[in-house]
Design a protein around this ligand. Sequence first.
Ligand SMILES: Cc1cc2nc3c(=O)[nH]c(=O)nc-3n(C[C@H](O)[C@H](O)[C@H](O)COP(=O)(O)O)c2cc1C
Length: 353
Amino acid sequence: MIQIGAKKLSLPVIQGGMGVGVSLSGLAGAVAACGGMGCISAAHPGYREADFRQDPKGANLRALKEEIGRAKELSRGLGMVAVNLMVAMRQYAELARAAVEAGADAIISGAGLPLELPSFTKGSKTAIAPIVSSGRAAKLILKTWDKRYQTTADFVVIEGCGAGGHLGFKEEELQAGSAQPLEEILPQVLEELAPYEEKYGRKIPVFVAGGGLTGKDMVRFRSMGASGVQIATRLIATHECDASQGFKDVILKARSEDVHIIHSPVGMPGRAVASPLIQRVEAGERIAPEWCAGCIKTCDPSTTRYCITNALIQGVKGDWENGLFFCGSGVDRVTEMTTVAQALEEFCVPVEE
Ligand SMILES: Cc1cc2nc3c(=O)[nH]c(=O)nc-3n(C[C@H](O)[C@H](O)[C@H](O)COP(=O)(O)O)c2cc1C
């Protein structure tokens, strides 16, 4: 069992948050029901709501709360139901408060430094975790949380360079394959956490992510001091995943050579399938947004190469021509549809901490 705040995980696996709409209550609830931590993405959970175009903020806040409630029902009281929140989102504070109000067991936050996260969860039972890609980022976040809020992380996710979605590494390093491997980042992060574990008198479990980690990898990283893994791409090809079958088929068909490091409108590099949209953008085309939800702090709709929200919405619906399909570097090993329980079987090893 891994103790996180007031809760316990019997399965040392976090399902990585996947926006837009890829990880909602269906996937998160199924992972929690297996004793792991399911994670609902707070990036436009309301994209299917009738009023999404008129009032994206209202639709997202309402949908996020509903998805948390539904995931908790599906979890049958097992595991944990978390929310993934990107620092780059303009609605960060409102979404964080909504997650706490709806009783999310944890908020996991990356795509930037979540320096203010503790201010939204103070006095609640919602655990907090930053996503980091270096010992330096872990140090800065934990130092800030300790100084400003007299608190520390309940757990930490280290996202390595093989992950899908936005990546906390330099584009050149990713292209050249010279980014620091997880095996080197893990001991650095553990060293940064040690003083806070001592000060706050509790272990801060660390979960490593990225590159299609397997049960064997998990055992190896546990022997190096990690508590478990966070996985995502593998779980897209499950019946419970909230994306359309079209999206799942893109993942099932993708080979290593189809995967590109892209320059996201969020201002970070990302890993995605080289779909027609990506190829058009890479060839220099600009696809001007028809509509703007005002979602990303760093995005200027008058200059952006394309609207990432629209591209991700088309992607989750399975529109190959216009969609953006994030994936991890291990996508070529995802070749069959399974249930979540089948996909998680290889991670079911006895855990005592
Ligand atoms: C389709 C997709 C969408 C993702 N969206 C997000 C996101 O919104 N926020 C986030 O922090 N990470 C996101 N990620 C990263 C995952 O949560 C996870 O950490 C990573 O992909 C793990 O590596 P793996 O996919 O190789 O198992 C996304 C990944 C994928 C594949």
